[in-house]
Ligand binder design. Sequence first.
Ligand code: TYD
Ligand code: MG
Length: 473
Amino acid sequence: MKRVKTAFFCRQCGNQSVKWLGRCPSCGEWNSFVEEPVSAQAGADAAEFATRDKPRSIDSIEAGDRDRTSTGLAEMDRVLGGGIVKGSVVLIGGEPGIGKSTVLLQMMECLASRKLPVLYVSGEESASQIKLRALRIGALSADLLVLVEVSLENIMDHILSVNPTVAVIDSIQTICSADLPSPPGSVGQVRESSEKLILMAKRKGIPLFLVGHVTKEGAIAGPKILEHMVDTVLYFEGDSGHAFRIIRAVKNRFGPTNEIGVFQMSERGLEEVTNPSSLFLSERPIDASGSVVIASMEGTRPLLVELQALVCPSNFGAPRRTCIGVDHNRVSLLAAVLEKVLGLRLASQDIFVNVAGGVRLDEPAADLGIVAAIMSSYWDQPVEGGTVVCGEVGLAGEVRAIGQRDERVKEAARLGFNKAVLPPPSRSEKPSTGSQGTLSVRSLSDLSQVLFQGNQRARQRGSRGSIDKTLDK
Ligand code: TYD
Ligand code: MG
């Protein structure tokens, strides 16, 4: 009997090695190598789909941007950069139960209702389960074809014979190629199946959507290794405790990254949220200390979100810094800056920071909002109702310029905010029109003057270096 050739793969990043390693040299993960069979087949398949293209001048090539097909869901089109590009491969990752199958079925219904044939391949659910979901969200067009199959070879045959406008594979972890003896979901199978599917998509010009599961531990071969291979990577964010679902483009060869689409899970599937800012602010407590509204740029769209901080005396030796939706290290850094520059006694205080609505902020422009929320909670002094705050904070307590200042101010004005606290415009930016309500701050002491000048205690330590000994006694 012929011996099966094996190799060791990292479960985290898919790195291949001839021998077992304790630590992956590529991603640094410990104890992540598993032994799996390898196929000698892949090279032969690549030859089958070879394009036999010749070198040619770039000005003779057509851009093909007209080949974009609208999905029918405006939020989905936005994250894809304007619609589905012919022959592109999109990977949708997200935790189980977040709504990947639902949003894809809805998207396919929108296409099928325009008489465009679409193929939904499921390896996870039975046809009747899919029908139940389809009944719930009203996806019942005749051009929506459903295939329940896990064999890669059969799936590829069906895709080629149907030649759909879009094909969805739900999920890539359930697909299994006969060329490899390893089970579905293993690193080898995921890589092999996606390689072949991607080659087919490019060669035949059929757009593909691949669903990929991620677990918190990254135990199965997750979409991480696929991210390099596909054109677009979308991540589904949001937790099951909230109705909001955000689809974020983390990689896009055909459009801007970090663009987000906002949805709300309802009884009848996912509904698009066309005005996310007002939704995120709808439950905001007015005149509560520790609550600040910031204008964050998500891709090309400004988004107003509420940021909350709670500062309270620490009972144990080491104060806690707990953050949801913002980077923990960033909050520790900003707390240290506040301590040094404004003399806030934060070393003896626990700090909790939360972004309302389950949104995640990773823009430095959120710094000033975090700082303002901490100051507000520490001094127990609310920030005035119609105020938005944004800017980056440096280690010396200086407030640094941010991009797209005008867009943020406009969005804030549109939602009825009459005061925007921002860094001064950078020299290249011309002062914006209609900026009556904008207040420029250059440092954290400026910020404390602008936001908390009515506070007696804040005023006492408004100038740099004056430590609040009186308060803490
Ligand atoms: P699903 O799309 O199956 O998640 P995934 O494919 O990412 O694993 O979504 C399942 C969840 O969505 C489930 O918890 C039920 C909920 N849901 C609704 O609330 N309303 C609906 O109309 C549908 C179809 C699902
Ligand atoms: Mg699913």
